[in-house]
Each structure stands twice: as C-alpha cells, then as structure tokens.
Design a binder for this molecule. Structure first.
Ligand SMILES: [Zn+2]
Length: 153
C-alpha cells in the first residue's frame, strides 16, 4: 500500500510506502506517518502520483488556475521551447537536465502538457521521456494537478 502525507513544515504532499513510520520530505523535515496524517491510500502507484498532484494543487489553491490554463491551451511559441532546451542542455547529467527542463517548462507555461515534455525531452535526447517524468514526480519535483498536465512543486 501507499499513502499520501503532507509535510507539516513546507505543506507539500508526498507519497510514502506503507506501513513506513517516517519519511523524509524534500525540504529535509522528517514526517511521522500516523493514521491521522494519511490523506489518501491506494495500492496503485499511478493513482498515488495522481493523488499527490491533486492534493498539492488543492493545498496551493491552484485547482481553478489549472482548469483555466488547460481548458484552452495557448499556442506555444517555438522560442519558449528553444529557451528551455538551451538551458537544460547546459545542465550536468541526465537527471539535472530533466529537472532543469521541467523547471523551464513551468516557467514558460506554468502548467505543461505531456506533449510539451516529450518535445523538449526528444530535443535533449532523453532516452525515456515518460520514465524520467515519473522520476521527477516521485522525487516531488513535479506533480500532476490534472491528468496529462504537470507543474513544478
Ligand atoms: Zn517539507
């Protein structure tokens, strides 16, 4: 089983394998995993990632913003992609490149789609775009506030 807990310090949601007693947040705080703290429980890793995204969006009051941004996606400028690709291409290893690319897309578009991600990942020669996006979600760098749409935490 997996659960979603919210860090009492930075208020970010995080997935945890149950029945773990503690987990370390990205901010460095140790979160005690108690019954009352578990906001969502599932046996499915995909559902877990979605729940983390949804809860993060709710915590930030960004649910409506995401709806507005994804209802009518704006036409993307080619330059925006090129800026993201250029910046990420200068980052160190594969992981750093993926992270900088996600941060760049969030800066350009706020909420980016799986298609935006693939376009940038392909240009950067990321061998497994979907896998590396999932890795960013597991690392709590990116969350999925709406299916197929992503933003940075
Ligand atoms: Zn935290």
């Amino acid at each position: 089983m997996f659960g979603v807990v919210v860090c009492p310090h930075c208020k970010r949601a995080k997935g945890v394998a149950l029945p773990k007693k503690t987990t370390t947040c990205q901010c460095g705080s140790e979160i005690r995993v108690t019954r009352g703290r578990i906001r969502f429980e599932t046996a499915d890793a995909r559902e877990l990632a979605e729940a983390v995204g949804r809860i993060n969006a709710e915590l930030r009051g960004g649910t409506k913003e995401v709806e507005a941004l994804t209802a009518k996606p704006k036409k993307r400028s080619k330059d925006a992609y090129l800026r993201v690709i250029a910046e990420a291409g200068r980052a160190g290893d594969r992981r750093a490149r993926a992270r900088v690319a996600a941060e760049g897309l969030a800066r350009e578009f706020v909420v980016f789609s799986g298609e935006d991600w693939r376009r940038v990942a392909d240009a950067l020669g990321v061998p497994d775009p979907e896998g590396s996006l999932q890795e960013l979600i597991r690392g709590n760098v990116v969350y999925e506030p709406k299916r197929g749409y992503y933003r940075t935490v």
